[in-house]
Write a protein that binds this ligand. Structure first.
Ligand code: ACO
Length: 427
């Protein structure tokens, strides 16, 4: 980072010289951290202008529609790599060679089982409990197995945390689904690839002959890749914030799961399918577009818009292509896809969406692909969570493995001035 200077002049204060950092890629960043000592804070609700940390993991250029993990484009990773390689790169900084990859895959397979006693936790949830809530509970339970003796300042312990989480999330996620349909859990199978194993734990029965088709396994793997990381989004920032207090990393990941659940974030893929159901038919699109444009109507076009992308979300382009390929290869004629395509076309040509640079995001298509793979809608966000866990834990490692302070923002107080307490009988 080369250093430039910025001068800030605030009425009633001395002029302040602030450092300006030039990143490898992207916008320059003004270091406002000396302001507090000078009696000033910055105000940026929603963090639209705030870089909360420095990071080497993922880069997004929202204007160009570019997404890089460790410098590699998401398009290349999605077409030439696989999820295990992407996980390795996110966690270690480089793509693995063949030997490193084989070792990493074995390390993940060796940790896929969850403690026997933890399975009982699922019985505390009703069958219709939302799987994201169940996953949250299961992660809280898992944290208790890895608490005493876990030293987050020890790099080897942190590596174990990362491997454990990447390995166990598919197992826990599949258990959430099996619990919801009242079926026995299916144990992980080390003979299968990461995607095949997850699908088998999801759809296989203890005694069934379930076979995963290569098309389905590849599409699943691609979904894992496309959701693996996305720099300082709401859930990742939450994991970093929770981690900054020195919290148990499994609990910090649970905090990320809670944040991802919201419909403005990971919950959007589920919301897209519900919205397409609600729209029902191409003839209703105009009515719903009008609702989305009406400021007095809370309805938003789910799967459209992004805080950072002011161009096509590159993950959406890959997912769109994948969507057509999967539906074609599986011979599925999905009227929802036709509806989605028409909706996309109309919105992309509508002045409201054009002016605001609202493009489809990854969730617009991921829901349709997941549905084609036979994944129930309530599991969509769980699959996002299991894919994103590697990104969360890579960011947690980057935080804890370097000098850091507890994340403690300040505020612009607009409440009452100090006033005298009034006894209850006088109020
Ligand atoms: N439908 C209709 N209008 C929209 C939409 C939408 N999906 N998204 C944004 N707008 C409008 C806003 O109302 C606002 O209009 P205004 O300028 O007239 O007030 C303008 O576009 C700017 O939107 P903001 O709310 O400032 O955008 P912000 O960056 O805060 O929010 C977000 C981004 C949360 C993603 C938003 O676009 C949204 O809610 N989209 C739908 C949910 C969704 O698909 N989320 C998935 C995100 S991607 C992911 O997590 C993988």
């Amino acid at each position: 980072m080369t250093e430039k200077k910025a001068t800030l002049k605030v009425d009633g204060h001395e002029a302040l010289e602030l450092s300006v950092y030039t990143p490898t890629l992207g916008q320059e960043v003004v270091d406002v951290s000396p302001l507090a000592a000078k009696g000033l804070f910055t105000f940026d609700p929603g963090f639209q202008s705030t870089a909360s940390c420095d990071s080497t993991i993922t880069y997004i250029d929202g204007g160009k529609g570019q997404l890089l993990h460790r410098g590699y484009s998401i398009e290349e990773l999605a077409s030439k790599s696989d999820y295990m390689e992407v996980c390795y790169a996110l966690l270690n900084g480089e793509l693995p060679n063949a030997e490193q990859k084989a070792e990493f895959v074995q390390e993940i397979k060796a940790r896929a089982e969850v403690p026997e006693q933890l399975k009982a936790v699922f019985n505390g949830f009703t069958r219709d409990a939302h799987p994201m809530g169940v996953l949250l509970g299961a992660l809280g339970a898992l944290s208790t197995y890895h608490h005493e003796g876990l030293d987050i300042n020890n790099a080897e312990h942190r590596k174990e945390v990362a491997l454990n989480l990447v390995a166990k999330l598919p197992t826990l996620s599949a258990m959430c689904y099996k619990h919801s349909i009242g079926e026995d859990f299916v144990a992980p199978n080390a003979e299968l690839s990461h995607a095949e194993n997850f699908l088998t734990m999801l759809f296989g029965g203890t005694n069934s002959e379930y076979q995963v088709s290569p098309v389905v396994a590849q599409a699943m793997d691609r979904i894992f890749i496309l959701h693996a990381d996305h720099e300082q989004n709401a859930s990742t920032s939450t994991v970093r914030m929770a981690g900054s207090s020195g919290a148990n990393p499994y609990a910090a990941i649970a905090a990320g799961v809670a944040t991802l659940w919201g419909p403005a974030h990971g919950g959007a893929n589920e919301a897209v399918l519900k919205m397409l159901d609600e729209i029902g038919d191409v003839s209703n699109i105009d009515k719903f577009i009008a609702k989305a444009k009406d400021r007095n109507d809370p309805f938003k076009l789910m799967g459209f818009g992004h805080r950072v992308y002011k161009n096509y979300d590159p993950r959406a382009s890959v997912m769109r292509e994948s969507c057509h390929q999967v539906l074609g290869e599986l011979g599925i004629q999905d009227p929802k896809l036709e509806l989605a395509m028409k909706l996309e076309e109309i919105a992309l040509n509508d002045e409201y969406f054009v002016e605001r640079k609202l493009f489809p995001n990854v969730d617009f298509y991921s829901g349709i692909v997941l549905k084609a793979l036979g994944i129930p809608v309530s599991m969509f966000t769980v699959i996002f969570a299991l894919s994103r866990t590697v990104g969360w834990i890579a960011h947690w490692e980057e935080l804890i493995g370097n000098p850091y302070r507890i994340a403690r923002p300040r505020q612009l107080y607009t409440g009452s001035d100090e006033r005298a307490f009034v006894e209850i009988d006088k109020r």
